[in-house]
Ligand binder design. Structure first.
Ligand SMILES: NCc1[nH]cc(CCC(=O)O)c1CC(=O)O
Length: 317
């Protein structure tokens, strides 16, 4: 029986906000005392730029090291920052109910993507968002920016930028939704696989029954299955395709739906694939089977339609 559950977290405001939320839920589920263990990551320094290139796992790496070293019992990640490959020593202990997966525009003067003037400067370092912006508004300028959410919003407040594109979930967790001037619908602006979801990662061995019960109590089956489908698209395309990818999966009634879009880096071309499957039941195993099924079909279709040729690797660096 665990007297104390040690929860590893990055020290950024966003990481602390989401870790506190999980810590509260673990405390309620177990009655255990929760200790937050701040972990400094290379992602907090100049190497933060690497993370936005997608799936490089800079933010996750130091947390994982602390977990493997036994400095904490669980770590909390933004799921979209977690590499898609299974880790030999770690597993996903829980995926809590996902928050809003949409991207948000935070623009000056209440402007929207449609009303921003030609030449407007919009901050984002994400190749996917750059391609989506270029596709929707070829006359605006994407400006590469780094830093935490408050820093990015600050560039709009000071007039350095006309707008920034950020994940609604992060803004919500930081209490900054008032900065949002437009939410992009997932049907025409799919977001990063796993966006809006958190990942509670633990060591593979299952020793602590109280911790297992707590993890089960915060796990959300449909969130786990939908992010699995999205991440399998990313993993499946990674072999032959370095172009930006948006993916969105959801469960509606009997069906699990997945839509995945691959963009050329300049946004002028895109390929989309949508599939649905009916899980045999709502059990974790059947939901995961359905997720694998839709992801496999989407990857096959996208690669079959030339996704790998959309952005040759040398151009996408
Ligand atoms: N790559 C940065 C990152 N990782 C997780 C979030 C917050 C949203 C989420 O949990 O998906 C953000 C900020 C952003 O994309 O605006």
């Amino acid at each position: 029986m665990t007297a104390v559950i040690r929860v590893g977290t990055r020290a950024s405001a966003l990481a602390m906000a989401q870790t506190r939320q999980i810590a509260d839920r673990l405390a309620k589920a177990t009655g255990a005392e929760i200790e937050l263990v701040p972990v400094t990551t290379e992602g907090d320094t100049s190497r933060a730029s690497l993370s936005s290139l997608g799936g490089t796992g800079v933010f996750a790496a130091a947390l994982r090291e602390a977990l493997i070293a036994g400095e904490c019992d669980v770590v909390v990640h933004s799921l979209k920052d977690l590499p898609t490959a299974d880790h030999p020593q770690l597993r996903l202990g829980a995926v809590p109910k996902r928050a809003d997966a949409r991207d948000a525009l935070c623009a000056r003067d209440g402007l929207t993507l449609e009303t921003l003037p030609a030449g407007a400067r919009i901050g984002t370092g994400s190749p996917r968002r750059i391609a989506q912006l270029a596709a929707a508004r070829p006359d605006v300028v994407a400006v590469d920016i780094r830093g935490n959410i408050d820093t990015r919003l600050g560039k709009v407040e000071t007039g350095e930028l006309d707008a920034v594109v950020l994940a609604a979930a992060g803004l919500g967790r930081l209490g900054r939704m008032e900065a949002v001037t437009e939410l992009f619908e997932l049907s025409d602006w799919p977001t990063a696989p796993g966006q809006g979801a958190l990942a509670i990662e633990v060591r593979r061995e299952r020793g602590d029954r109280q911790l297992e019960l707590a993890l089960d109590s915060i796990d959300h089956g449909t969130s786990r299955a939908t992010v699995l489908a999205e991440r399998l698209v990313l993993a499946g395309l990674e072999a032959g395709c370095t172009a930006p990818v948006g993916a969105t999966a959801f469960v509606d009634g009997e069906l699990l739906f997945l839509t995945a879009t691959v963009y050329s880096a300049d946004g002028t071309r895109q390929l989309t694939s949508s599939h649905a499957a009916t899980p045999d039941s709502r059990s974790a195993a059947d939901l995961a089977d359905a997720a694998r099924d839709v992801a496999e079909r989407a990857v096959a279709e996208l690669l079959g339609n030339g996704a790998a040729e959309l952005a040759p690797p040398e151009e996408s660096q």
